[in-house]
Design a protein. Structure first.
Length: 262
């Protein structure tokens, strides 16, 4: 496992995100990339020409829970070393899978509006994080993630789904609040980790190559379902935590423990 120092843990808790250089071996990513390309061709929900799509669908092609579609993907998503990193960074005893998703921003794809992920998640915890794992070297012109440093500690915009409206709101919010905005580029093997309430966005893909990314979303292993999920969160509840009742521990077959210290 990559060594996660106390300084790295503190940075994550302070800033709401961290980049882990060379957190995954290139060989694993090469195999994963080939498998995901084939799956995305079969499962691509974006059949319309890019100029006819919504802002959301111009930003990326998204397919979730690919671990159920491929043993190779499942082996990667269930990697104990990655799950242990997630638990260590968040300072929790163990983590469960919330879900995975591939995010492919095709050549010429539009920007991803400013947003927070956890507005969609019916999870009664702050201990969530997304591993954003590029499958190629990803310079800024390909549409890298940028984060508003420390925004996970504030409450602004937590009811806004990703949209033109969230872009307008958070653009102004980030300026008015004075958040510093990150501008990392990513080498193959780097992992970007961010908290569920961290405000972030991505630029357009200005290159002639698709920006291919795999993500894994982790939650603390003692996470319960929110007692009063929003309508937006009910969609995720049914998709990713089926059958769990408000206030109950989330222990479905879709949410296995991927790492636990004890």
């Amino acid at each position: 496992m990559v060594d996660i120092s106390v300084e790295m843990q503190e940075k994550y808790r302070r800033d709401g995100y961290i980049r882990i250089p060379q957190g995954v071996d290139a060989g694993s990513l090469g195999l994963l990339s080939r498998e995901l390309r084939n799956l995305m061709v079969k499962l691509n929900p974006n059949s319309a020409p890019i100029e006819m799509r919504s802002t959301y669908k111009k930003a990326f092609t998204q397919v979730t829970n690919l671990w159920q579609k491929s043993d190779l993907v499942k082996t990667f998503v269930f990697r104990q070393d990655l799950a242990e990193i997630a638990a260590t960074i968040m300072g929790v005893n163990g983590v469960r899978l919330y879900h995975d998703q591939a995010l492919f921003k095709e050549a010429g794809g539009g920007p991803t509006p400013w947003h927070v992920d956890q507005v969609y998640w019916p999870l009664d915890t702050r201990n969530t994080c997304t591993f954003w794992i590029p499958l190629q070297r990803t310079p800024w012109e390909m549409g890298t993630l940028s984060f508003a440093r420390g925004s996970h500690l504030k409450n602004g915009g937590r009811d806004m789904v990703i949209s033109d409206e969230s872009e307008a709101f958070f653009s102004e919010y980030v300026k008015q609040t004075g958040f510093e905005v990150s501008a990392d580029e990513f080498e193959l093997g780097d992992i970007s980790v961010h908290a569920g309430w961290t405000v972030h966005h991505a630029g357009p893909n200005l290159t002639d190559q698709a920006r291919e990314v795999m993500t894994i979303i982790y939650m603390a292993d003692d996470t319960r379902l929110l007692k009063s999920p929003t309508k937006t969160q009910l969609v995720d509840r049914d998709a990713f935590t089926p059958g769990v009742q408000p206030g109950e521990l989330i222990t479905t077959p879709l949410n296995p423990v991927l790492f636990r210290k004890n």
